[in-house]
Design a protein around this ligand. Structure first.
Ligand code: UD1
Length: 341
């Protein structure tokens, strides 16, 4: 019988791509989302791509324990992938209590409900932000975590620890934390992708919105960093590749292949790309000119971070496959799809 995966935050950017890949791999998926940061665009896209109109959807807030337990009462859940969280770094600095309450309580509720219902496999969506400005690059999973520069980042570190400690104490719960680098791009169908509310904070949605004419000009935040071209280095991971890493991690858990009851994997490409290189590649692959200017550095940005992906490659049997050009073409196709062009 097919195993069932609960995807909290499943109507969002990463959650929708993961739902598609889970279904393609033969899993049954239950989606939970409170729709606080998305509409039904991506969930409808998921139904179209998968041809499945019957994906159970719970419009619930994971911060409400009664709703979460009701879901676990009604569905037999073999694994949970927990995405439901706030994710805007700047907003988290302005509204720390909102971030700590939302991101911690929702995860605590998921773990509590999993425990009460006899245990579960839990995949937590963490971030490379836990490494801060690392001394040695690329970062491995053993690279020490540093204090995060934002409450958002702190919630990632804290949730990792909550999962680790819960796994230690509750035999029936196993956990994996995936530390994402910079997820970008969209599904090749252009039916699902990133839908930022208001002015995007992240680079690629800002690029595509500038290219389509929604924003006047992209600011490149700093070209005086100690890197080859002076702009920051990141590890941009394609969203479909990222989604496939989740399928590999879930399979590892439900098939009983874990070596430890709590494991951590970096999910990146292993290749550093500068902001300038990304902008140049976007222009080239999509054959257009982007309006951009050099602006002051953005406070809180690290100079450079990229992943050592050996562990994920070897243990999950997973590797990033799409090139950055393919990914940037997919991001542009998605933006045009949204604009009806
Ligand atoms: C941020 C978060 C990370 C989160 C990720 C989600 C921190 C410190 N970073 O990463 O945790 O997982 O978003 O995607 O918490 N840039 C510009 N102009 C822009 C926007 C960005 O030049 O308009 C530059 C930034 O300075 C940076 C790079 O582009 O060098 C990537 O920025 P961004 O997409 O915001 O991601 P991160 O800050 O790396």
């Amino acid at each position: 019988m097919a195993k069932t995966v609960l995807v909290s935050g499943g109507a969002g950017y990463i959650g929708s791509h993961v739902t598609v890949e889970l279904i393609a791999a033969g899993y049954d998926v239950v989606v939970a989302d409170n729709m606080s940061n998305c509409d039904l665009t991506c969930f409808n896209g998921v139904k179209k791509i998968t041809g499945r109109d019957d994906i159970p959807f719970y419009e619930i807030d994971c911060c409400d324990y009664a709703s979460v337990t009701r879901l676990f009462d009604e569905q037999k859940i073999d694994a949970v992938i927990h995405f439901a969280a706030f994710k805007a770094v700047g907003e988290s600095v302005a509204e720390p209590l909102m971030y700590y309450r939302n991101n911690l309580v929702s995860f605590l509720n998921i773990l509590e409900a999993a425990k009460v219902h006899g245990g579960c496999n839990v995949l937590f969506s963490s971030s490379a932000t836990v490494y801060g400005e690392a001394e040695q690059l690329p970062v491995t999973e053993q690279t020490p975590r540093l204090p995060a520069t934002s409450p958002y980042g702190n919630t990632k570190t804290m949730c990792e620890d909550i999962l680790r400690d819960t796994v230690r104490a509750v035999e029936s719960i196993k956990g994996i934390a995936l530390r994402y680098f910079n997820p970008i791009g969209a599904h090749p169908s252009a039916l699902i992708g990133e839908l930022p509310r208001g002015v995007p904070n992240n680079l690629v949605p800002f690029i595509t919105q500038t290219a389509i004419g929604k924003r006047e000009c992209l600011s490149i935040f700093g070209n005086d960093y100690p890197t080859e071209d002076g702009t920051c280095l990141r590890d941009y991971i394609d969203i479909v590749d990222l989604a496939k890493a989740h399928v590999a991690a879930v399979s590892r858990m439900v098939d009983g292949k874990m070596k430890e009851n709590y494991e951590i994997f970096n999910v990146g490409t292993g290749r550093p790309v500068s902001v300038q290189e990304l902008v140049d590649a976007f222009e080239k692959v999509n054959d257009l000119k982007l309006n951009y200017r050099i602006a002051p550095r953005r406070p809180g940005d690290v100079v450079a971070i990229w992943a050592d992906t050996t562990l994920a490659n070897e243990e999950l049997g997973w590797k990033a496959e799409r090139t950055v050009e393919e990914t940037l073409a997919s991001a542009w196709a998605w933006e045009r799809h949204l604009a009806g062009k």
